[in-house]
Every structure is written in C-alpha cells, then in structure tokens.
Design a protein around this ligand. Structure first.
Ligand code: HEM
Length: 290
C-alpha cells in the first residue's frame, strides 16, 4: 500500500532551501476528491428536497396546538407585491430574490431555495431524491474506505489524532491564523486537526446517521435510531444544521487554502507532494521534515 510513512524518505531537495515531501497518501487524495464531488451533488439535491417542505421543526409532536417550527422559508403578499421571507426562531427577514421568492425578472416564483442552488433547477422531488441517495451511498462508502486506509497507513494516528502538545500550541495557532501567517510543515497544525477531525469524525457521521434516521425503511430496521435523535423532525433539523456547518467549513477551507498558498496546497491534495518551509537556523532536520 502507498503510505506516507513508507515514503518518509521520499523528499526532494530542490536547491531553493525548501523541500518537497510526500505528504498526502493516495487514499487521502482519492477519498478527498470523491467526498468533495459527492457533497456538491448532495447539497444541491438536498436543497431541492427541502423546497418540498420548507420548514424545520424540533421535537416529536406536531399539530395546530403546537408551534415547534424553528425555521420557515416562504412568500407572502404585501402592498409592494409578493415578497420572500425567512423566519428563524420567530424573527422574520425579507429575503426576496434569494430565499422564498426568486427567479428572473417577470418570472419570479415562490420557492425556498432559488433555481441556481438546486438540482434539478426546476421542481422535481423524485429526481432530487435519486441523486441525493446515490451520492449518500458513495459518500458513506468513501468515508469507510478513508477510515480503513487511515487506520492501516497511520494517517489518522499520525496526522489527525490530537496530542497534549496540540493544546499548548492552540493559542499561538489562533494568533498565527488571525495574522494569516502559515507554517508549511509535514504536520497539520492544531486548528487543521480540529477542523478536519470535526468534519470526518463528527459532521459527516452525524449527517449519515440523521439521514438514516429519516428513512422509513431504516425506521423498521433500527427504530431506536429515530428515538435517540428526538424524532424524525429533529433528525431533519440536525441534518440541515450539519449541512450549514459543512458549507461554513467549505468556505473557510477554501479561504485558508488561498491564504496558505493555493499552488502548494493543491499540489499536495492532487499529487501528494508538498513544499515545506526551509528549516529555521536553530532547527535540526527531523526524520519527518528531512
Ligand atoms: C465539500 C468539500 C470539501 C470537504 C468536505 C473537504 C474536507 C477536507 C478534509 C477533511 C481534509 C483533510 C483530509 C485528511 O487529512 O484526511 C481536506 C484537506 C484538503 N483539502 Fe479539502 N475539502 C473539500 C473541498 C476542497 C476543495 C474544493 C479544495 C481545493 C480547492 C480542497 C483542498 C484541500 C487541500 C489542499 C487539503 C490539504 C490541506 C492541507 O494539507 O493543509 N478541498 N479537505
């Protein structure tokens, strides 16, 4: 198996006082691009599915006597014509043009998420569900492959498992990130470990579990799953919140890559090779950075 550990010696000195090291194994690279691709389709088809019922609720009860709606996207008639709105925890915002009421001038319609943010762009719940479930299985399988490969080749233990020293480095790391000062080393820094670990061990598994909890066929196989998540509607709300967190992660991820040096970062996640900073004068080269 191609592992980074087996390639510790694979470092190319290139006369620039920096070193190219083999940082990302082929399993990390392959699974990374498959889940990035899958999440794109899952997000857009998921928004189409949400459009079929553009409200989120908490709890197991529903009915006229309860008001457990925490989010609603809709449209209403006003003296200025139809307006789109988004209501979160009882606070209403005018979101005409994007959420609730959108479309080209003269052809605007009532829809929660606009046509450019959904797959398919027109209303078609059946197709959206087929796309969503297809990529959900690809994502789940890819995550399992990443987990098995990461346990075997040591990626999880070596690169992602938090250490006591990471906690000590955290304040310095936050200051460095705030100043957009990035160190190009073999290891992930503490914030990277927290962000990647959070995505791979918390957000994506939670996304899969809440997705399974919403499936009627799963309800008969694992009825307790729905119970422990607080009911189908709460599972749906968690699923949606995790989606928002993944979108937030995505934007920060891209910003950090642009700030840290996109060519070097992209080369590492495409080819595996990463250019590290020249060692500081007082530093002895270590087995990892050499
Ligand atoms: C939904 C989309 C994405 C998700 C969820 C995601 C998530 C992740 C995660 C979890 C890692 C760490 C992987 C590991 O160590 O096993 C990672 C690394 C990386 N990703 Fe993404 N990614 C996404 C999209 C992208 C895109 C579009 C790009 C490029 C423009 C990109 C570039 C990178 C790079 C360069 C690294 C290595 C970072 C480093 O070495 O510091 N990612 N990504």
């Amino acid at each position: 198996m191609d592992t980074v550990a087996n390639n510790q010696s694979a470092a190319k000195a290139d006369g620039k006082d920096t070193t190219l090291i083999y940082r990302q194994s082929r399993w990390t690279r392959l699974t990374h691009w498959i889940w990035a691709f899958s999440l794109f389709f899952m997000l857009l088809s998921g928004l189409q599915i949400f459009n079929a019922r553009p409200q989120l609720y908490i709890g197991k009860q529903s009915g006229f006597e309860f008001n457990n709606t925490i989010l609603e996207i809709g449209a209403e008639n006003t003296t200025n014509g139809p307006r789109g709105f988004t209501e979160i925890f009882g606070h209403r915002f005018d979101t005409t043009g994007v959420l609730g009421w959108s479309g080209p001038p003269g052809q605007q319609t009532q829809r929660a998420f606009p046509a450019w943010a959904t797959i398919p762009s027109y209303y078609d719940l059946g197709t959206a569900r087929v796309v969503h479930f297809f990529f959900a299985w690809i994502l789940t399988t890819t995550l399992l492959i990443w987990l098995i490969a990461g346990l075997i080749n040591g990626h999880i233990r070596r690169d992602l498992a938090p250490r006591v020293s990471d906690l000590r480095k955290l304040p310095r790391d936050i200051v460095d990130h705030a100043k957009l000062k990035f160190h190009h080393t073999r290891e992930y820094n503490t914030l990277q470990k927290m962000a990647y670990g959070g995505v791979l061990f918390v957000l994506l598994p939670l996304m899969i579990i809440t997705g399974l909890a919403m499936s009627p066929s799963m309800n008969s196989v694992l009825p307790w799953l729905n119970e422990i998540l607080g009911g189908r509607q709460t599972a749906r709300t968690i699923h949606f919140t995790v989606m928002l967190l993944l979108v937030l992660f995505f934007f920060i991820h891209i910003l950090m890559i642009l700030a840290a040096g996109p060519i070097n970062e992209l080369r590492s996640i495409i080819t595996g090779w990463y250019r590290t900073d020249p060692p500081a004068k007082h530093e002895q080269p270590t087995e990892r950075s050499a």
